[in-house]
Design a protein around this ligand. Structure first.
Ligand code: HIF
Length: 295
């Protein structure tokens, strides 16, 4: 062995193929959700990738996906992260099988696999994040508060370096998954197909009539027709704010445009806080879906 011979152990340098293997294992586990929610871990794993990245502050250069600080308290206990232990648990199984991958790379790759396996666009991705320490954790309050309006949404996403078009493109991800009253306090899914990536979020925003839900929970909207779908106050501002509305309408009308713009904005989100020289390649990779590898 390296120890016996006195030589330094050679460091394992994973290739694109090694990351594709990790992707594939994530994709398998996303599907092994049994009765959990809508039968898939993909939405909650996507949410983990976003909350790990969305703490970025461009002015101080702190936060973002680099150090995976949600592993530590108190960040793991921040109200906005309620329920994400489910996603971290799924990712931990992968980490045991592929211990060489950093948590930041693993969690963001989870977001990529979630989007792609739910029939969304290809998300360019590259590795290079490193595991940080509890001292790198971010203060509470950096993630958005769903009860607020367009000013708050802008404050939060401008702080990360996004513009209005990118903000609206990102929020289309709320086509996926659901709210849980025991996590955020809100309840219900946004669309009728919460495990398939579509532009239905925007379509429903404009096509349905939305009314305030009468209940004891936090203020949220429900569709007047069936009462089974929901919108958060921050989702609904896309129909109220003039600048946001322009983009939301464009995405409702054009699924391809949404897919293209979402992929670019989400890829950017996943790289927030990572020093460029840390990435192992200059050009992000495109990884294949399980379906594409069947042939
Ligand atoms: Fe979410 N989001 N998000 N979100 N989110 C929830 C759930 C999901 C906001 C609030 C909430 C984005 C932006 C914002 C997903 C993905 C993304 C929930 C419900 C809340 C309250 C949590 C629960 O109760 O389980 C706010 C205020 C945002 C800024 C406007 C991103 C763009 C849409 C960045 C994004 O990608 C996903 C997926 C879920 C579903 C999770 C699940 O467990 O099913």
């Amino acid at each position: 062995s390296a120890v016996q011979s006195g030589k330094a152990a050679t460091k394992f340098t994973p290739t694109k193929e090694d990351y594709q293997k990790v992707y594939n294992r994530i994709a398998e586990l996303l599907d092994e959700a049994g009765d959990y929610d809508d039968g898939s871990f993909a939405p909650v794993v996507l949410r983990l990738a976003w909350h790990a990245s969305g703490t970025y502050d461009k002015d101080t250069g702190t936060g973002g996906s680099n150090f995976a600080t949600m592993r530590f308290e108190p960040e793991s206990l921040h109200g906005a992260n309620a329920g994400l232990h489910v996603a971290r648990g799924v990712m931990e199984k992968i980490k045991q099988e592929y211990p060489w991958i950093s948590y930041g790379d693993l969690w963001t790759l989870g977001g990529v696999a979630a989007v792609q396996e739910m029939a969304g666009p290809k998300i360019p991705w590259r590795p290079g994040r490193i595991d940080g320490f509890a001292s790198n954790a971010t203060p509470d309050g950096r993630l958005p508060d769903a009860s607020q309006g367009s000013q708050h949404v802008r404050d939060i996403f401008y702080r990360m370096g996004f513009n209005d078009q990118e903000i609206v493109a990102l929020i289309g991800a709320h086509a996926l998954g659901r709210c849980h009253s025991d996590r955020s306090g809100y309840e219900g899914p946004w669309t009728f197909s919460p495990t398939t990536f579509t532009n239905d979020f925007y379509k429903l925003l404009f096509d349905e009539k939305w009314v305030w839900k009468k209940w004891n929970g936090p203020k949220q909207l429900q569709d007047k027709n069936t009462g089974s779908l929901m919108m958060l106050p921050t989702d609904y501002v896309l129909t109220q704010d003039k600048s946001f509305k322009k983009y939301a309408k464009a995405y409702a009308d054009d699924q391809n445009l949404f897919f293209k713009d979402f992929a670019a904005a989400f890829a950017k989100l996943l790289e927030l806080g990572v020093p460029p020289q840390q990435f192992v390649v200059a050009e992000p990779w495109t990884l294949n879906t399980l379906e594409e590898q069947k042939a």
